[in-house]
Design a protein around this ligand. Structure first.
Ligand code: FPP
Length: 232
């Protein structure tokens, strides 16, 4: 039987601590974090993985100091601009999950273009969670369904799990099989809270900028030992 290809989601944590240990500004940690993201994504292509989701900017991250938010947005601009050719070359489908409306117009344009031009690639999907919050995502889905109910197009009792899932940013994507968090912290921080109901969790004590394909392989090896029962 062909090996099942996985959806792996990563909470990239520890950029700030990585920089602090080196007496560098936090922003240098984020820069190094981008390089780790690139390497991890490259490694994933050689592994039984069909989708990766990276928690890149949460709805709460706007509360960080202005300079740090600006630097993260500049890194995002840079990343989207330079990775676009790689996405096409490697036939990677790009999707953003999160509330696009609060992002800068030039960033929205780049995201729209990347999503449009890669929409038909089927082998591998890269999802970036940007201005993403799991609770906000569920509220947004509830609002859409409530509006349909108000318009008389939907009976509240007809709402199903699948119907609510179809209103999430992740609609059409499989749930993550494995959620990884780096840096030794062990919490979900509002990331894919609906979608990870039956995911396996692996916490790795490595700061994100030090993460590599080897760490991803280690996480997959731990995952392979787990027995998933989905409550059955
Ligand atoms: C956590 O480190 C990381 C983030 C806030 C977001 C992750 C961002 C990147 C990897 C770079 C940006 C990527 C894109 C695509 C824009 P932290 O600052 O919370 O670290 P700390 O807990 O050690 O302070």
């Amino acid at each position: 039987m062909a090996e099942k290809k996985l959806h792996v989601a990563i909470i990239m944590d520890g950029n700030g601590r990585w920089a602090k240990m080196r007496n560098l500004p936090r922003t240098k940690g984020h820069r190094a974090g981008i390089e780790a993201l690139r390497q991890t994504l490259n490694a994933a292509r050689e592994l039984p993985i069909a989708c990766m989701t990276f928690y890149s900017f949460s709805t709460e991250n706007w509360q960080r100091p202005k300079e740090e938010v600006e630097e993260l947005m500049d890194l995002l601009r840079h990343y989207l601009k330079h990775e676009f050719a790689q996405l096409i070359k490697n036939k990677i489908r790009f999707r953003m999950i999160g509330d696009k409306s609060a992002l800068a117009p030039d960033i929205i344009d780049m995201i729209d273009e990347a999503e449009k031009k890669t929409a038909l690639y089927q082998d591998f999907t890269l999802q970036l969670a940007l201005n993403y919050g799991g609770r906000q995502e569920i509220v947004h889905a509830a609002q859409n369904l409530a509006q349909k109910a108000k318009d008389g197009a939907l009976a509240p009792s007809a709402i199903t799990v699948e119907m609510l899932a179809s209103q999430l940013y992740t609609h059409g994507m499989p749930d993550p099989d494995l959620v990884i968090r780096t840096s030794g912290e062990e919490r979900l921080s509002n990331f894919l809270i609906w979608q990870s109901a039956y995911s396996e969790f692996v916490f790795q004590d490595v700061l994100w900028p030090d993460y590599s394909g080897e760490h991803l392989k280690e996480a997959l090896a731990v995952y392979a030992q787990r027995e998933r029962r989905f409550g059955r």
